[in-house]
Design a protein around this ligand. Structure first.
Ligand code: EPU
Length: 461
């Protein structure tokens, strides 16, 4: 197992290119199950979750091949008569395996997907996914730990489907039901759909394949079913969470980073918080400088401006901090609110603000694995239920830390970049799930960070 060793306190300066989005890639790759024709995807990040999804698709008779000239381009070709069992050993390593449920049921008439268990950030039920599939006429049951979903004779039927839940909508649930509805008979209306940009990117791919979808990116998606889908080429949208993480990296090191391929329009809630903290965020589109208020454009205008297959503009964004950070309140919400996937990173920054900040988690109420670890670095944090009061300190101090979750681990790396002395972040495999070549990107802009074997640091500091 690997760890990162970070010698903190360096000011980061330079350019970072944002990779394609992990969370857009996963359901998009699953959509390849719905056609026998090739799907060509560009900007697929090289990550552990993507490798696991490729393994899962292989089990389902969908072969994935990496282009010889580009490690981020893959071709997916699915055998329509392939197996329909998503086995426990893969789904248990990657909950996102659930997103094959809709595509498999729609194209093969039946799906058997191992029921994902809880994970480090909470229970994570899939009841809304199943309710959505049942609304399309499918029979849903549980057999020996597997979810079994069977389309009725004659196939899935369009319906009005409500996908709201106790914590808002569901992103992968919306992906599943939207994908399945594409091949259902008649019209489906999804109410309380997730509005996340990754849903828009999936709809964009499905539309290129021949689907008829309106309203993706809004709470009401309307899908007119089609008989079949064809092949397509698609460039994955940039990863908004990776971009937000590097924005915080610039801020926490009192640095200046320019992010290329940055989905600025998808990050307005994060930009708003950073600006209130006192961080400068300056976007430029296609070589034209723009003030941050230009980012508040409606999505249709943004789509119209984009010449790429991705539905969002790819911006160059410069983030700069002259440290004296103001405290803020932040509450995680579904998009376009502040994302839960950037909560830990912002909390690391707020540890160094001048006063008390309040962070409330409304998507995954237990997602606070980083709190105790930040405390080991000298942060002052007081948690009560879903809220943490962060009382800013002058300096964080390096320590050995560990978090059993991707974004919590990212928060600890950021804290390590700012801390005095050496920080070791253990179990880097969590970061490898979601950040492409993180240590290389950070080193290139001045961070002192290296990947080492856990054994090398065992018994150290
Ligand atoms: N929920 C239910 N029932 C369901 C589904 C969800 O109650 O059937 C609840 C969840 O427990 C949670 C809330 O609804 O409280 C939202 O969960 P959602 O289903 O939207 O999460 P997800 O689709 O499983 C995706 C991302 C997560 C991200 C969340 C929220 C992928 C692969 N995963 O998960 O990303 O945090 O949306 O934005 O797209 C990450 O990248 O680190 C990550 C965890």
């Amino acid at each position: 197992m690997d760890a990162f060793v970070i010698d903190g306190g360096r000011r980061l300066k330079g350019e970072v290119t944002i990779s394609g989005s992990k969370n857009a890639s996963l359901p998009i790759m699953a959509a390849a199950l719905m056609t026998a024709e090739p799907i060509i995807l560009r900007d697929v990040p090289c990550l552990r979750d993507i490798a696991n999804m490729r393994r899962l698709l292989h089990e389902l008779g969908c072969e994935t091949t990496t282009a010889e000239t580009d490690p981020n381009e893959i071709v997916l070709e699915s055998d329509p008569d392939g197996p329909n069992l998503a086995p426990y050993d893969i789904v248990s390593t990657m909950r996102a395996g659930i997103c094959v449920l809709g595509p498999l049921t729609a194209s093969r008439g039946e799906a058997r997907v191992s029921m994902p268990g809880g994970c480090a950030i909470g229970d994570r039920p899939v009841d809304i996914h199943l309710r959505g599939m049942a609304a399309l006429g499918a029979e849903v049951s549980l057999d020996e730990g597997d979810i079994v979903v069977k389309a009725p004779r004659g196939g899935l039927r369009g319906a009005t489907v409500f996908l709201g839940g106790p914590f808002g909508s569901t992103v992968l649930g919306t992906a599943n039901v939207m994908s399945a509805a594409v091949l259902a008979k008649g019209t489906t209306v999804i109410e309380s759909a997730a509005c996340e940009p990754e849903i828009v990117d999936l709809a964009s791919l499905l539309t290129t394949m021949g689907a008829r979808i309106r309203g993706a990116g809004t709470p009401r998606i309307v899908i007119d079913g089609v008989e079949s889908l064809g092949g397509a080429e698609h460039r994955i949208m940039p990863d908004r969470i990776e971009a937000g993480t590097y924005m915080v990296a610039a801020a926490i090191t009192n640095g200046e980073l320019t992010l290329g391929n940055c989905p600025y329009d998808c990050l307005l809630a994060a930009v708003d918080r950073l600006e209130r903290i006192g961080v400068s965020v300056r976007p430029a589109i296609e070589g034209q400088p723009a003030s941050s208020s230009d980012g508040v454009t409606n999505l249709m205008a943004v789509t119209a401006l984009d010449s790429e297959s991705s539905p969002y503009r790819r911006s160059r964004v410069t983030v700069e901090s002259q440290r004296r950070l103001s405290p803020v309140q932040v509450t995680t919400q579904p998009h376009p609110g502040y994302p839960t996937d950037l909560q830990a990173q912002l909390m690391a920054l707020l540890c160094l603000a001048d006063g008390n900040s309040i962070v409330t988690e409304r998507i995954f109420p237990e997602r606070f694995l980083h709190v105790a670890e930040l405390g080991r670095m000298g942060a002052k944090l007081y948690r009560q239920g879903q809220t943490v009061v962060v009382s800013g300190v002058d300096q964080l101090r390096g320590a050995r830390v560990m978090a059993s979750e991707l974004r919590a681990s990212a928060g600890l790396v950021l804290a390590g970049l700012a801390a005095e002395g050496s920080t070791t972040v253990h179990r880097v495999y969590h970061l490898d799930r979601g950040y492409e070549t993180m240590e290389r990107k950070l080193s290139a802009v001045g961070a002192e960070i290296k990947r080492v074997d856990e054994e090398e640091v065992a018994g150290g500091s």
